[in-house]
Every structure is written in structure tokens, then in C-alpha cells.
Design a protein around this ligand. Structure first.
Ligand SMILES: Cc1cc2nc3c(=O)[nH]c(=O)nc-3n(C[C@H](O)[C@H](O)[C@H](O)COP(=O)(O)OP(=O)(O)OC[C@H]3O[C@@H](n4cnc5c(N)ncnc54)[C@H](O)[C@@H]3O)c2cc1C
Length: 744
């Protein structure tokens, strides 16, 4: 159903947005807001999700995952496709503060983001600082996103200690502690020693005593020791737990599942807080001090109806939060959130059974209850899984949906995948004086010795304009590095999506701050520019570079027969971005592509020069194949490429095998029609990879065969782990696909 309504939403005409709604945190309540937005957009509002993690764990399924019964994928909601389906911008970043007076979110490493309406569903942190020594020595169960990988690492690191009988101690006997202790038993088997530390005299103190007794029986049956009146007062090296009684308990690993603390940044936010420091909201889920701020989930203190910190209340708050945000923006009356007084918990006992906990019901235990719990949780998760976008359907990004282009945008690739194909480019330029001659990545500035300039740009491949600015600047600078030049100055042509003037000013600020951050790190001054409003965010930069003192520019035509072609980065950005936009790839693939794009190229230059590089370019829109051919043609030589050699970004080969690809890859593949060799089969994913357009791709260097191996080693030592010899220049004309032999 979501897939269908999403298409309706994407095609509907909307007025340009006038207001920024920021969703801070991808918690259990915000997924309901995202789902509602995917079903129907809210007129006049631009929605942005700011979250540290793009994969949102569903806590109800966590113990089953720890026990090994449920996969990682089963217990996570991928917020990327969900956000895109609703035209919600996604910014993956860690918030370090809220300034309620200025209506801004703050970050450690990027400029603040302004909001008109803010909704906070950011969860809580463990109360580590209340116990001296705990921070750094124990493994907190929250945030779940970091708990799971750290648990796996810790179990591996402590393998020998555990085998030697040192125990795992779980501190905290609420639902999380009990379920985790039982889940660890299911995962690790009977040989590992496990102990649950209870601060008082009751297990599950917030639940009826009969439930605690049943839980105790389950722990005993599973061989989990329980230590009562064991309040931890300090954690000493080892770690060793020091109890209030003075007793010292060494452990191989300590899991910390005690009560929660509010996030530290709340204290300075200027928002009204409850006594414990949580964000105080009233029945409409609005802050008691700032009506434009809403909160739900563990971070909120429901002052009208206090409840324990539990995912069930966050889930229940989702629909009310959704309605109230929408009503507040539209100026309509809000409705109260009435959290249920008594929730039914189905605790996972880790052995295929669940324990029912409800004030009015018996403490039933059984397998049918586990099946019931699983069915409820799976139904919840299914609500947030989206079918992939159909081919030819509208672009799912808000950036393509704002303003005039709403409703007419076909799925077009962003980033360098949106460049015109090589043949189209040649045809279009053929009538100009100078025609379609091959050009270098930059051109000499007329009348100025040693200065070169270039222009590059694209529709942003990300919703996050700050990140987009960084990528566009990196991509433009790459043209200078491709000639071995030193960046000096840049001019920007910035297009921001049509919106109210206030919102466009915010976008322009983010976009240019990102570009400036990358340019200034490269020693390049942002000297000026021009701005436009348009259907989607785009940034093009003219960059000016100077020849390095005593070093001639590295042209494409300097290659010699026998030279080895070395590529400094992995390939696959184009297909990863295209598949992410269509919803056929998980967010992890998009994250991998972003990390690859952000890898700097400049540090490769001194290494390449030291090994006698003779020709150089960067791999961008025309893919490795197109840019390698440019070197070969400019050098008057033939080319052998080895499809097996380049490193493929994790996850892209199966996509290429399934026929996915950026729109430009087909045009990029044209030279393969005349390629020779057994490898020239376009059905092969590795051959398709050669045609994949890259945004912020690596440098491609022709290096003498005699120094190629040492050059590769030096590149890898300098951090270019994916640097590979991918081909060779040869005397015979034409393109040949086969294995490269650096020493031939
Ligand atoms: C082991 C265990 C088992 C549990 N089992 C259950 C159960 O069975 N049933 C139940 O009801 N509850 C359970 N809970 C409790 C449950 O995990 C929480 O109550 C629930 O996750 C709270 O949801 P939330 O919406 O408040 O935030 P969360 O689900 O914690 O989500 C917080 C979101 O905010 C983001 N975020 C946080 N800080 C920042 C920041 N500074 N900048 C940017 N983004 C940020 C995170 O990336 C995340 O997307 C369990 C907890 C644990 C530890």
C-alpha cells in the first residue's frame, strides 16, 4: 500500500514550502511521522530528518537478535527509503545542542540548522556518570545502534576469558537486563558464566511481583545467576564492580542496563525540563516552554501522564505526534496524547517462549506467546518497508519535487551520473570553433603563465545541502588535482530549490558552507559566485589552480606504451546512487558511496610524482573506461583494461548483475561495441563497472611499468587502500579487455 500512495504523493502538485519542520532523531515515534508523509505530503512544509543513525533499531526485537534468532535486517528500519518516499530530506549527523531561543540545532562539525517547528524523538543515554569508573569500562545497552556492534566485538575480544570461566555480569534487572541475560545464554550456550545484578530485592520492579517470580524461574532454568541487593557504587579497572556492600566482583564483560539519563545537551537548550532533566511536554506533546517544539519517546517527560521509559509509549505517541505536527503547521486544534495506563509486555525468554506481563493478567509463559510477540513485532516492522520505486516513476527526492518541477520529474541521476554522455557532448560541441577535440581536465588561463581553470558541477546527489556543497567542491577540485595543480580560487554557481526566500537563504547558507569548508581545507579561496532558484539543488564551481613550483602540469597525453594505469579509488558510486534513489539498495550502500566520494585525492599526487607519473586524469562521469580511453587517445596509444582489477564498492556488483545502473552508464559503454578480448561482454557486472559514472572519483595515472608496483605500494601506505593497476597503454591501437600484467 505504501508504494502506491507514495507514487500519488510524488506526483501531486504542491506549493513551494514556506516552513522548515525538523525531525530530530529517527526514534519509534518519528517513523510514524515519516510513514504518514510517505502517504501524503504536507503542503507548504519542508521536512528534514536529522539522525545519527539511518538504520533505526526496533528495541522489541533486540533480544531475539542478540539470541541469534532474528537477523540484523529484521530488527532495523531503514530510514533512508522511508524518508525519500515522503520527500523528507535526510541529514545523517549528530546533534550536539538545541538553541530554543534561536530555533536552531547545533553540531560539532557543521553549521547550525534552523527550524520553524522542531520534533524531538532522540531517545536517551545510559546513566553512566552516576557511577564512578563506569564510562569506558562497561558496555551500555543504549544507544542500541552502538551496543550491538560493540557487544559482538567484546564477545570476540573476551573469548578466552569467557572460556576460562570469567563471568559476564549484567547490571540492571528491568526488562532490558533480564531479556539480555537470557538472550546471551541462548547465544553463548551453557558453558559461559552469566550473572544478573539486582540493585534491590526484586527482579522487574516496575512489573507485578508474579511476573518477577516467573522471570526468576526462567533465569534459574537458564543457569543465569541472580545477585540481589547488589548496588554497584564504582567500576574499577578490569573491569571489577565494587558493590555498596564493599564486595568486589571481577568480570570479563559488564553490560549496563540500568535506568536512563537525559541527553547532556538538553540542559543548555533553554527548553523546559522535568526534575530529572527530560524534555517536559504537555498532553499535546508540545514543550511546556516552546509551543513550536514537540517531543515524544524516551527523551520526553509526559508531565500530564508520567510513564516509564519504554518503546511502547514512543510507538503509541507516533500517530498523535503526526496529527499534532500537521495540525500545528496548518493552525488547526491539537489533540491530547493519552498513553495507555497499562501496557502488555511480552518478554523474550530466549528459549522460544515469552512471559506475559500485565497488571490484570496472569504471568503466562509459553511458546504461543513468543509467536504472538513475533507476529506483532513483524507486523509493526512491515509498515515501514517500502517496495522499490518502479522504473520511470517520479524522482523520490524532495529536491526534485519542490517548485516548478514537481509532478513532472522523471527519475534522473544526480551527481556525475547526470552528465551528458560522451557522444552527446561531442555532437553538441561539434559546431563550435575548436569542435569536439579532446581537452584536458582544465585549460590554461589566457595570458596568465602557470594558471589553469576548470568548471564542474552537478545536481546534488544528497538531500543534505552542506554535504552536497562539500562533494561538489571536492569534485571540482579534482579537475585541478588531475593536472597536478595547486588550487587557488573558486567561483560558485549555486541553485537552490524553489521555496520561500527565508528557506532558500537557509539552503544557500548550508550549500555554500559545505563548499567553503572543502575549498578552504584545500587552500582555495571562495572568491565569488552567482545564485539561482530552480527545481533542484545544484552546485557548479569554476576553480583556478596554479602549477606547482618546478613541476609541469600532468597532461593526459604523456603516456607511453607499456605504462601501467593506476586507479586510486574503488568504483561503483554511480550505480550506488542510482539504486539508492530508486529504493533498490539499502542505506548502507549509499553510506559506502558517500564515504568513497569524500576520500581526498590530493595526497596521491606526491606519491604519483615520486614514481614518475607520465599522464594523469580523474575518473568522473564517463567512468573508468571513458577516462582511460581519453589518456590512451591523447597519448596516441591503444588500451588494455582489466575488468577484474578495480575494487568494487561493497554491494554494487550484485546490483550491476541485476541490471541496475546510472543513466549515463549506457552511453559510457559505447566503446565496448568495438572492444576486443574475451572480457568485452556487457552482461558481465565487472565490465559494466568500467562504465559506471563516478562522482568525486579517483585519479587515474599512467606510470612507467618499472615503478608501477612500488607506486601501488606507496599509494596503499598513504591510505589509498583501493588503489589498483587496472590496465596498460599499448602500441597497437584499439581497446582490449583482459588481465593487466604490470611487468609485461
Ligand atoms: C535491551 C533492550 C530491550 C528493550 N526492549 C523493549 C521492549 O521489548 N519493548 C519496549 O517497549 N521497549 C523496550 N526497550 C526500551 C526501548 O529501547 C526504548 O524505550 C525506545 O527505544 C525509545 O524509543 P525512542 O523513540 O525514544 O528513541 P530511540 O529508539 O532510542 O531512537 C533515538 C533516535 O535518535 C537518534 N539520535 C539520538 N541522539 C542523537 C543525536 N544527538 N543526534 C542525532 N540523532 C540522534 C538515534 O540515531 C535514533 O534514530 C528496550 C531497551 C533495551 C536497551
Amino acid at each position: 500500500m505504501l508504494g502506491q500512495v507514495r507514487e500519488n504523493a510524488v506526483h501531486s502538485l504542491q506549493p513551494p514550502p514556506e516552513l522548515d519542520l525538523l525531525l530530530f532523531g529517527g526514534g519509534h515515534a518519528h517513523v510514524a511521522v515519516l510513514r504518514a508523509l510517505a502517504m501524503a505530503p504536507w503542503p507548504g512544509v519542508r521536512v528534514t530528518l536529522v539522525t545519527r543513525e539511518v538504520l533505526a533499531p526496533y528495541s522489541g526485537m533486540l533480544p531475539a537478535h542478540v539470541a541469534g534468532t532474528l537477523s540484523w535486517e529484521a530488527m532495523h528500519i531503514d530510514l533512508g527509503p522511508l524518508a525519500r518516499a515522503g520527500g523528507v530530506r535526510l541529514i545523517e549527523a549528530e546533534v550536539t545542542g538545541i538553541d530554543a531561543a534561536q530555533r536552531q540545532l547545533h553540531f560539532a562539525d557543521r553549521p547550525p540548522l534552523s527550524y520553524d517547528v522542531l520534533s524531538v524523538d532522540s531517545g536517551i543515554t545510559p546513566a553512566l556518570d552516576e557511577v564512578p569508573g563506569a564510562r569506558g569500562q562497561v558496555l551500555p545497552t543504549k544507544p542500541i545502534a552502538t551496543f550491538l556492534p560493540r557487544l559482538t566485538e567484546a564477545l570476540e575480544a573476551q573469548h578466552e576469558a569467557l572460556a576460562a570461566g570469567q563471568p559476564i555480569r549484567v547490571v540492571g534487572a528491568g526488562a532490558a537486563g533480564v531479556e539480555l541475560a537470557l538472550a546471551l545464554r541462548a547465544r553463548l550456550g551453557p558453558a559461559v558464566s552469566l550473572e544478573l545484578l539486582v540493585a534491590g530485592e526484586r527482579i522487574l520492579p516496575a512489573l507485578p511481583a508474579r511476573v518477577g517470580r516467573k522471570a526468576r524461574a526462567a533465569l534459574a532454568a537458564a543457569g543465569v545467576a541472580v545477585r540481589f541487593e547488589a548496588r554497584v557504587t564504582a567500576v574499577e579497572d578490569g573491569p571489577t564492580l565494587r558493590l555498596a556492600s564493599g564486595e568486589a566482583l571481577p568480570a570479563a564483560l559488564v553490560l549496563w542496563a540500568t535506568h536512563a539519563a537525559p541527553p547532556a545537551w538538553l540542559a543548555s537548550s533553554g527548553l523546559a525540563l522535568d526534575k530529572a532533566g527530560f524534555l517536559a511536554v504537555g498532553e499535546t506533546l508540545q514543550s511546556l516552554s516552546h509551543s513550536e517544539v514537540f517531543a515524544a519517546g524516551d527523551v520526553a517527560a509526559l508531565t500530564h501522564a508520567p510513564r516509564p521509559k519504554s518503546g511502547v509509549y514512543a510507538v503509541r505517541a507516533g500517530p498523535v505526534l503526526t496529527d499534532n505536527l500537521k495540525a500545528f503547521i496548518a493552525g488547526h486544534p491539537l489533540r491530547p496524547f493519552k498513553p495507555q495506563r497499562r501496557a502488555l509486555y511480552l518478554l523474550n525468554l530466549g528459549d522460544g517462549r515469552s512471559l506475559a506481563a500485565h497488571p490484570w493478567l496472569p504471568a503466562w509463559v509459553g511458546r504461543p506467546l513468543w509467536r504472538l510477540k513475533l507476529a506483532i513485532d513483524e507486523r509493526f516492522m512491515a509498515r515501514f518497508r517500502l517496495p522499490p520505486m518502479a522504473e520511470g516513476s517520479a524522482a523520490p527526492s524532495l529536491l526534485a519535487r519542490t517548485g516548478a518541477e514537481r509532478g513532472v520529474a522523471l527519475m534522473r541521476c544526480e551527481g556525475c551520473g547526470s552528465k551528458l554522455g560522451p557522444d552527446t557532448l561531442r555532437a553538441g560541441l561539434a559546431g563550435l570553433p575548436g569542435g569536439a577535440r579532446p581537452v584536458e581536465d582544465a585549460t590554461p588561463v589566457a595570458g596568465a603563465r602557470g594558471l589553469w581553470q576548470s568548471i564542474d558541477g552537478f545536481p546534488l546527489p544528497v538531500d543534505d545541502l552542506y554535504l552536497g556543497g562539500r562533494l561538489a567542491a571536492q569534485h571540482a577540485l579534482s579537475d585541478l588535482y588531475a593536472l597536478g595543480l595547486e588550487p587557488r580560487q573558486a567561483w560558485a554557481l549555486a541553485t537552490v530549490p524553489v521555496a520561500s526566500d527565508r528557506l532558500m537563504a537557509r539552503d544557500l547558507g548550508q550549500l555554500m558552507a559545505g563548499a567553503e569548508a572543502t575549498l578552504s581545507a584545500a587552500g582555495c579561496e571562495l572568491a565569488g559566485g552567482h545564485s539561482l532558484e530552480g527545481p533542484r539543488a545544484e552546485l557548479a564551481l569554476t576553480v583556478l589552480g596554479a602549477e606547482a613550483p618546478g613541476s609541469a602540469p600532468l597532461l593526459k597525453g604523456g603516456g607511453q606504451a607499456g605504462d601501467v594505469l593506476i586507479l586510486t579509488k574503488a568504483l561503483g558510486v554511480g550505480v550506488a546512487l542510482a539504486a539508492s534513489a530508486k529504493g533498490t539498495a539499502p542505506s548502507s550502500l549509499r553510506q559506502g558511496a558517500l564515504a568513497l566520494m569524500l576520500e581526498p585525492s590530493a595526497p596521491a599526487l606526491p606519491v604519483l610524482r615520486a614514481h614518475g607519473v607520465r599522464a594523469l586524469t580523474d575518473v568522473t562521469g564517463f567512468g573508468l573506461l571513458g577516462h582511460a580511453l581519453e589518456i590512451a587517445e591523447a597519448s596516441g596509444l591503444g588500451l588494455t583494461l582489466d575488468p577484474a582489477a578495480p575494487v568494487a564498492l561493497d554491494g554494487v556488483l550484485p546490483l550491476l548483475a541485476a541490471g541496475e545502473g546510472a543513466q549515463l552508464s549506457e552511453a559510457n559503454a559505447a566503446p565496448l561495441a568495438v572492444a576486443e578480448g574475451k572480457g568485452a561482454n556487457l552482461a558481465e557486472p565487472r565490465v559494466r563497472l568500467l562504465c559506471d559514472p563516478q562522482t568525486c572519483g579517483g585519479l587515474l595515472a599512467a606510470v612507467p611499468a618499472a615503478t608501477a608496483e612500488a607506486c601501488l605500494q606507496a599509494l596503499q601506505d598513504a591510505g589509498f587502500a583501493s588503489a589498483r593497476a587496472v590496465g596498460r597503454l599499448r602500441v597497437e591501437a584499439g581497446l582490449f579487455l583482459s588481465e593487466a600484467h604490470p611487468h609485461d
